[in-house]
Design a protein around this ligand. Sequence first.
Ligand SMILES: O=C(O)CC1=CCC(=O)O1
Length: 253
Amino acid sequence: MSVTVAVHHREDGPADAPAVLLINSLGADLSMWEPQVAALSERFRVIRYDARGHGRSPVPPGRYALDDLGRDALDLLDRLGVARAHVCGLSLGGMTAMWLAAHAAERVDRLVLFCTSALLGPPEAWAERAATVRSGGTGAVADTVVSRWVTAGFPEAQKQHLREMIAATDPIGYAGACAAIEGMDLRDDLRRITAPTLVVAGADDPATPPGHGRAIAAAIAGARFEVLADAAHLATFEQAEAANRLILEALDG
Ligand SMILES: O=C(O)CC1=CCC(=O)O1
């Protein structure tokens, strides 16, 4: 049985509005959702948090499992007294969101998944990335990761901001989260998901190309699939307006 950690979170919007939980990707923190906050907080109680090992959340040593990340999210909802929330996650955050929808269906209202995968191999690549950050720090992978997060023409100043966010992530936490992806296989869980689901891919995402999202949508009954043009992996950041429209449509529908 995994031990949960009390993740660092932030809330925006009316406390009595329906809750939407936003879950960050590997190497990011809750600030990655900044482009969503104004649009969503008009109508929703927006709850963002730093996944364990990231941002200002505790950094347990060792390998994490997706169950750990999922149970941390449930613990946060419990601490906030939120019985049921819409859940939106990107990449590793999307994996956690799928875990929640499959393992705690009663807590998930609608599900929005960005640039994610139910199986993201090869496992050796995650072990190798974990070893790289353990020996060289998270700055050692920042350039490469940002080159996958946004397309080449994205403004340099914003790319630098993203590199700094990655480099600020604790290497122990980053490596722990790599292990969660290495050990993750959600393919059998997808058929248990009953929440109305929107899956969104970035057309130019080299990390989780559209085929990954298409396969998720095909396995979840009634799920809708969309591809965002001119977007790489961090599609909510690169194409925020279009992403916000899709999220609002999915949550309002
Ligand atoms: O960091 C990457 O290369 C892309 C990624 C995979 C899972 C995640 O959260 O980000």
